[in-house]
Design a protein around this ligand. Structure first.
Ligand SMILES: [Zn+2]
Ligand SMILES: [Zn+2]
Length: 141
């Protein structure tokens, strides 16, 4: 995506356009991925030494409140991701990789609940195990 589309996203959601918000968006919206605030902070600090961890955290919070990002908990840490569709996160306990897997059944369940009397505001599903590479690597030993 381009800066122009990031600026548009901020405007569409009513967030003020700031250089720091754009710096965060260039990292977290560039391609599908899962991010921790500390890691993004460390990357931005290289080019913007005055930015604080609290500022980066607040940017993540504002973007999550506006639905640009989604957050989930994993092993006591808060992760953010740009895939805001309902899906499960597969977390590899060997290499730490997090992959997305679509589960249409959960989307249908949420739809069914919404047609009834329950309002689903968020869904977070984390499956832990070994990714395909680690499974192959460990079984080859
Ligand atoms: Zn793995
Ligand atoms: Zn995900």
């Amino acid at each position: 995506m381009t800066d122009q589309s990031y600026i548009q996203t901020l405007r569409d959601t009513g967030l003020k356009v700031t250089p720091q918000r754009l710096s965060v968006m260039r990292i977290v919206l560039e391609k599908p991925g899962h991010f921790k605030v500390e890691d993004v902070y460390r990357r931005i600090k290289v080019s913007e030494p005055t930015i604080t961890l609290a500022t980066v955290y607040n940017i993540f919070k504002a973007m999550t409140d506006k639905g640009i990002l989604k957050s989930f908990e994993l092993d006591g840490a808060t992760w953010f991701e740009n895939n805001t569709e309902v899906h499960a996160n597969l977390s590899c306990e060997n290499c730490g990789k997090i992959e997305d897997i679509e589960i249409p059944e959960i989307g249908q369940l949420i739809q069914k609940l919404s047609n009834g009397n329950y309002t689903v505001r968020s869904a977070s599903i984390v499956l832990k195990g070994l990714c395909s590479e680690c499974t192959a690597e460990l079984s080859a030993k």
